[in-house]
Design a protein around this ligand. Structure first.
Ligand code: GPV
Length: 865
């Protein structure tokens, strides 16, 4: 702020200081104020949407007041800050979360007889004003600026960083279109655009005053002729766009700290191109300017896959350049020497998407600030840390050198120099090892195009590299990054097992379970949401029959809510048998559709069950007899496929085709139902996850870096069927191996098993043969028997890369065990659920953030006074 209010005016400012609403009266006042002024409506035309908007603005007012205080406190204290750079923030809805987080200290209600948090207070107020909170909350579109786990992790992290009072900023892009909305038409996925800003966005604050120019293309100029590339150079850019800041206040739980999520939008510069205008090219020049906005138009809809499009690289640089500029501007205000930059700034790279920030900082320090190369590089290296989220080759970003040389010519030079210095060090440590040099080089020399390996650049530019679960963090050291371990030693590589925020994923998604817990452990103020070790007290009730029944009632109510959602999505037609809901096992797999996540194995399992039931019936068994072996079960699927991912889309089609056949087969009564829930997203997850009896986390061992929905399901009192992969390993350690259904081959075996397939040394289990035969017979695609050919071919003829045939038998056997416990030992089942929740505390993202803060960022909380 450059205009300072004169001293004599300040009393006036303080006299009129805006106050937060604290009680029902205050809320009503604020709510009606915004209806009548901000929305220009009245009590005669205030519908649910207007009520949502007015409630949001009122709540935002409170947040902004605390946001300002937080920023003032931080400016005064000037502590080290964390900057979390993520191309995805999968935030979901903001209002309910803000109401829960803001309601820090419950206050007595008007009669003084009950403690009310802000959420309950606002709920009552809205009632008095003529609205139902649930209907109001449902008006909000999801902020779906992410694909899946990686983006949702970033959202959980900013929640935890704020709750922990860590001075933190999130930086990302303000896409106009988030992840596409999924429609299912005739069983096929159809993508439709997610224009989430259609009704405006009441949570963002546009900062017209913060506009940062970003340059692309052009050429490099060396005023002094032929100086080395490590000397300062001048990049004369060709295209210029502006980055405008949009700020989203991030509330924390039981704290008045409010952090900032800053998202950039691209817009044209107001520069006027005289040359074009004079040649009569006015229209063209305006059109070209307009194209600036396309940079932040759309989120790339790929999960675990790098597409390599020019516009994507533009997005990455646009975002890195603007964010770094902002970070540097903030640092410079304190007039510290550059050497102190890493003491003030920690930048976390969420995957390799922001790796250009490493190069950009080096460029700023060398070209603009004129620091010597080595001094600059030391600062860069101490500033950055990199989180890897996958070992799968197709997800590792590699950009063509040719694209770089056009779009970012100076950055390419800098990358070459970084690589040159790095390879020299490698050569020094391991002389005459040209194979090592070419393996470890940031540049991959491959015909017809040389490629820049972004992960390698991120490692070289960072002081720490972490994986997201123990198994994954070991795997990156022994596979994709093993040469770097040889060179740097193992201490540069570390593990921080992922976590999730219990505020959204327990309190918000599952208020009834949350209430039961707080009563049981005698924690009326919900402090367990901050200190999840308090949950261990639940273990005392694990065998308590009365408690088990209350626990099960909560689960049943949540299953009814999910059945209602499914009914609504199915045009009001019920698929799930309401009468038997309590003894129908809800078996859920919701996540991005991917061959490695093996939804195909799940649906094959459903087909097997269907065929087996049909067999028994044909042999004359009664439904009651069949039910003893195959009790009631609903298999629920949900998830999006990348638009260009053919096999994933075929898996969706198969699931829907199986659903058609099975659900309409009256012969099997209601023993199996199959449901594909369209358009899985955060707000649907909040309904689906609390309703699970069993959830599936069945990736081929070694492929799922961590998984985070596994943690969400356990936190909501559901059991897991899973492979020994990702965070399933630590979940097992924490909750106990009696409380999880593990199966399948271990990651150590994967290589050998794939080898066996390649040389046709594997036998397919008879159960899988049966299933594939049924599919091949056209049972699920009578008009087009070959529709699913690519699915069976990939197993039978293309090496079964994801090892479905190796794990299928043990998957089925484990499902049988699940049925046994759920239907014949229900008390044991519920006990397992209670014990799981009792020991799920480790997976709070608060624990995770504490580990990052201590071992990687070296930052401390700054608490409100
Ligand atoms: I790389 N992840 C993701 O959602 N998108 C990606 O493009 C990539 C990784 C996920 C992993 O697949 C999960 O195992 C992990 O839990 C999550 O990132 C968060 O670390």
């Amino acid at each position: 702020i450059d205009t300072m209010i004169p001293l004599q005016s300040r009393a006036l400012w303080n006299k009129h200081k805006v106050q937060k609403f604290e009680d029902a009266e205050g809320f009503d006042d604020r709510f009606i104020h915004h209806v009548e002024t901000t929305l220009a409506r009245s009590l005669y035309n205030c519908d649910d949407l207007a009520a949502y908007e007015s409630t949001s603005i009122s709540v935002r007012d409170n947040l902004v007041i605390d946001w300002n205080k937080t920023q003032q406190r931080l400016t005064a204290r000037d502590p080290k800050r964390v900057y979390y750079l993520s191309l995805e923030f999968l935030m979901g809805r903001a209002l309910d979360n803000a109401l829960i987080n803001m309601g820090s200290e419950p206050k007595p209600n008007s009669n003084g007889d009950e403690l009310l948090g802000t959420r309950d207070m606002v709920k009552d107020s809205l009632n008095d004003l003529g609205f139902r909170l649930e209907d109001v909350l449902a008006q909000e579109p999801d902020a779906a600026l992410g694909n899946g786990g990686l983006g949702r992790l970033a959202a959980c992290f900013i929640d935890s960083m704020t709750t922990e009072n860590i001075p933190a900023w999130g930086y990302g892009l303000r896409y106009e279109y988030g992840i596409f909305a999924q429609k299912i038409i005739d069983g096929y996925q159809i993508e439709t655009p997610d224009y989430w800003l259609n009704i405006g966005n009441r949570w963002e604050i546009e900062r017209h005053e913060i506009q940062i120019p970003v340059t692309f293309y052009g050429y490099v100029d060396r005023p002094d002729g032929d100086t080395p590339t490590t000397d300062p150079a001048q990049w004369i850019g060709g295209e210029r766009v502006l980055a405008v800041a949009y700020d989203f206040p991030v509330p924390g739980y039981k704290t008045t700290t409010v952090n900032n999520l800053r998202l950039w939008k691209a817009k044209p510069t107001t520069e006027f191109d005289f040359a074009k205008f004079n040649t009569g090219d006015y229209k063209n020049s305006v059109d070209q300017q307009q194209r600036a906005e396309s940079i932040t138009a759309c989120l790339y809809p790929n999960d675990n896959f790098a597409e390599g499009k020019e516009l994507r690289l533009k997005q990455q640089y646009f975002w890195c350049a603007a964010s770094l500029h902002d970070i540097i501007r903030r640092f410079k205000k304190t007039q510290r020497p550059w050497s102190e930059f890493p003491d003030q700034v920690a930048i976390q790279l969420n995957d390799t998407h922001p790796t250009l920030a490493v190069v950009e900082l080096q460029r700023v320090l060398v070209d603009l600030e004129k620091l010597p190369w080595a001094e600059a590089w030391d600062i860069v290296n101490k500033t950055f840390a990199y989180t890897n989220h996958t070992v799968m080759q197709e997800a590792l970003e590699k950009w063509p050198v040719s694209l770089f040389s056009r779009l970012l010519p100076r950055h390419l030079e800098i990358i070459y120099d970084i690589n040159w210095f790095f390879l020299q060090e490698v050569e020094k440590k391991f002389p005459d090892n040209s194979e090592l040099l070419s393996r470890i080089s940031i540049i991959e020399e491959v015909y017809p195009e040389r490629l820049i390996r972004m992960a390698f650049l991120a490692i070289v530019g960072s002081h720490k590299v972490n994986g997201v679960a123990e198994l994954h963090s070991e795997l990156i050291k022994t596979t994709i990054f093993s040469d770097f371990v040889k060179f740097y030693g193992p201490s540069k590589f570390t593990n921080v097992t992922n976590g999730i925020t219990p505020r959204r994923w327990l309190k918000q998604a599952n208020p009834e379970l949350s209430k039961l817990i707080s009563e049981a452990i005698n924690d009326p103020k919900d402090d367990f949401l901050l200190d999840m070790t308090k949950l261990t007290k639940l273990a005392e009730f694990a065998d308590d029959h009365g408690f088990q029944q209350r626990w099960n009632k909560v689960k049943e109510d949540n299953k009814i809510k999910l059945a209602d959602l499914i009914k609504n999505l199915n045009n009001g037609e019920d698929i799930i048998d309401r009468e038997h809901i309590n003894n129908t096992l809800f078996d859920i797999q919701v996540k991005r559709i991917h061959e490695y996540k093996r939804q195909q194995m799940n649906i094959f399992g459903v087909i097997y069950r269907y065929l087996a039931i049909k067999n028994l019936l044909e042999q004359g068994a009664s439904i009651e007899e069949v039910e003893k072996k195959f009790p009631r079960k609903v298999s629920i699927f949900g998830g999006k496929s990348a638009p260009g991912y053919y096999m994933a889309k075929l898996i969706i089609k198969l699931i829907n085709s199986v659903a058609d056949v099975v659900n309409s087969d009256v012969a099997i009564a209601d023993l199996i139902k199959v449901v594909f829930i369209p358009d899985y997203n955060v707000s649907k997850a909040e309904i689906i996850i609390p309703a699970s009896d069993l959830s599936e986390h069945i990736s081929t061992a070694g492929t799922e870096a961590s998984g985070t929905s596994n943690m969400k399901f356990v936190m909501n009192g559901g059991l897991i069927i899973g492979t020994v992969d990702g965070a399933n390993v630590e979940i097992t350690r924490e909750i106990g191996e009696d409380n999880i259904f593990l199966f399948g081959n271990l990651s150590e075996k994967v290589e050998e098993l794939r080898y066996n397939h390649k040389y046709r040394k594997s036998e397919m289990p008879s159960e899988l043969k049966m299933v594939l035969n049924a599919i091949e017979s056209g049972l699920f695609s009578p008009e087009n028997p070959n529709e699913f050919k690519p699915l069976w071919d990939s197993i039978k003829h293309h090496g079964d890369y994801y090892l479905v045939s190796d794990d299928f038998a043990s998957y089925l056997a484990t499902q049988e065990l699940v049925d046994q416990v759920f239907h014949y030992e229900k008390s044991e089942w519920i006990k397992k659920c209670i014990l799981s929740v009792a020991n799920v505390g480790f997976f709070s993202s608060d624990r995770c953030i504490e580990e990052y803060a201590e071992t990687i960022w070296n930052v401390e909380p700054v608490k409100p006074e």
